[in-house]
Design a binder for this molecule. Structure first.
Ligand SMILES: Nc1ncnc2c1ncn2[C@@H]1O[C@H](COP(=O)(O)OP(=O)(O)O[C@H]2O[C@H](CO)[C@@H](O)[C@H](O)[C@H]2O)[C@@H](O)[C@H]1O
Length: 485
């Protein structure tokens, strides 16, 4: 039986992306189609999304959705079946999905994403004639109120719709002051610790975790870590209380988008059997970043420059990296102090460190194709995608042993090297010393070309497609709809 799922996300590649959520929301529909699941993705009507959609007819209208007129538009972009919430007062603005061009969050994000969630709940419950859904899949805090609107609906007779709450990053919880509660249009009963209340605030992610039929997160290790206060960040109690419904399902990657044998952004395509061609990408990258030739490894970074990603620690060990003969090409943006620290390091080490502050999808491919090793010293990492792109592209990941990084990289310890299964380098803690040691270990392995090639090839042969994870989501969907049926 074909299952119909409404996937509710605040971003989805290639239409609108600020981070990994977009990659996953963008790739899930194709992965699930292979499992007999039809996914429709619901997105806010940001200018870029409306422009891509073109002219289209409204399927449904809300005269006042949390106080503002809104329409539901439908379209197909590539293989994506889309529903788009066109609410100009909320989403028609310049800047990013969550804030203005300077990165300042919009003051009314609580209203924007409550309206989005309310609309999604209405659609999931069949507001649009001819469009029914068996299950709704909510991603991150921006969709966290969907299960709340389903539970505390005005229409008590409506058939229940099973829901899943997926946590892509527990650090972003969408907690807002209690004064907004009356504006949300939820029943009074929702203001309760078993509902949307979280430490005296309205907790959007908390509400989703509390009220969805199941909670998923994006790796098995992170699913365990968030039971602790350190990683649960205040929501560990719910994770523990609902541990029977918490599932860790590893992200996959879009192997059509990340295919080194057929990637139009590269100077030279390559594959595990044509690894020698890869060097042309390295030369091109050196030119692009103004780096002088060298015998040591060329490290790369493609990252948000934030505390989560351990970028402050990396900035502190760059002199060591250069001192042992390494070079670095970095692409990222984020915290302005970290941006400045990397720019200062580039000025200190001309020809050895090159830095691009910004966001550039094509350049991220060229970095993964030309770099020798990608540095990912995250303090926590629910799954992480850049290590998977690195593995697929022969760019050896150097990672901290946390979350999805622990689940996807096999450390080149003596046992793994002897067994011929190593795919990268792991460090136990994100400190200057540990990171400096990991960088030195990488350089030592790089100096053994046969060993290094083997590590690269092991990674390139590993399967990080959506196959297994798509099947795991489909199995969970079926289990939850059966429970209901
Ligand atoms: N400056 C830049 N230019 C171009 N591309 C850039 C870039 N900076 C980052 N990217 C790209 O953005 C994505 C980031 O993915 P990550 O998995 O690192 O996720 P993020 O922390 O955003 O997401 C959260 O959600 C994802 C999805 O579940 C989890 O994997 C992750 O652990 C969790 O923190 C990658 O596709 C990367 O290539």
């Amino acid at each position: 039986m074909t299952l119909r799922v409404l996937s509710v996300a605040s971003e989805a590649a290639p239409l609108i992306k600020t981070g990994g959520l977009a990659d996953v929301a963008g790739a899930l529909p194709a992965a699930l189609a292979r499992q007999g699941v039809e996914v429709t993705t619901m997105l806010p009507g940001y200018p870029a999304v409306l422009a891509a959609l073109g002219k289209t007819r409204a399927l449904y209208k809300w005269p006042a959705l949390l106080g503002t007129p809104a329409r539901l538009l439908a379209g197909k972009i590539g293989d994506h079946d889309l529903l788009v919430l066109d609410a100009p007062a909320l989403f028609d603005r310049a800047g990013g999905p969550y804030g203005d061009a300077s990165g300042q969050d919009w003051d009314d994000n609580w209203r924007r994403f409550a309206a989005f969630s309310r609309a999604a709940a209405d659609v999931a419950r069949g507001a649009v004639k001819g469009r029914t859904f068996d299950l709704v899949h909510a991603h991150d805090w921006q969709a966290g109120l969907v299960p709340a609107y389903l539970r505390y609906s005005d229409d008590a007779d409506a058939a229940p719709v099973p829901s899943i709450m997926t946590i892509h990053n527990m650090a972003f919880q969408g907690a807002f002051p209690p004064e907004i509660f009356p504006e949300l249009g939820l029943a009074e009963a929702a203001w309760h610790v078993d509902g949307v209340e979280a430490y005296g605030q309205v907790g959007y992610l908390k509400a989703g975790m509390q009220l969805a039929y199941a909670i998923t997160t994006v790796s098995p290790t992170y699913a365990g870590e968030i039971r602790s206060a350190e990683f649960g960040m205040g929501l560990e109690g719910i994770v523990q209380a609902r541990s029977g419904c918490v599932h860790g399902i590893l992200n996959g990657i879009d192997t059509a988008d990340w295919n080194s044998a057929n990637d139009p952004t590269l100077a030279a395509t390559f594959s595990v059997s044509r690894l020698a061609s890869r060097v042309r990408n390295k030369r091109a990258l050196e030119r692009e970043f103004g780096l002088a030739p060298g015998d040591g490894p060329l490290f790369i970074v493609v990252s948000r420059l934030t505390w989560q990603k351990g970028m402050d620690v990396l900035a502190g060990v760059l002199d060591h990296l250069v001192g042992i003969g390494g070079r670095l090409a970095l692409l990222g943006s984020g915290d302005s102090e970290m941006e400045e620290a990397f720019l200062a390091a580039a000025a200190r080490h001309p020809g050895r460190i090159g830095v691009r502050i910004g966001y550039d999808e094509a350049l991220s491919h060229r970095l993964q194709a030309g770099g020798d090793a990608i540095l990912i010293p995250s303090r926590f990492e629910p799954c992480g995608l850049t290590q998977l792109y690195g593995l697929a592209y022969g760019c050896v990941p150097v990672v901290s042993r946390t979350g999805g990084l622990a689940d996807t990289v096999i450390d080149a310890n003596p046992a793994a090297l002897a067994a011929g299964v190593a795919t990268g380098i792991q460090m136990n803690a994100v400190t200057d010393t540990m990171l400096a040691m990991a960088i030195s270990r990488t350089a030592n392995l790089y100096a053994q070309p046969a060993e290094w090639r083997r590590i690269q090839k092991n990674g390139m042969r590993a399967d990080f497609s959506w196959g297994a994870s798509g099947a795991a989501y489909a199995a969970l969907y079926r289990q939850l709809t059966r429970t209901q049926g």
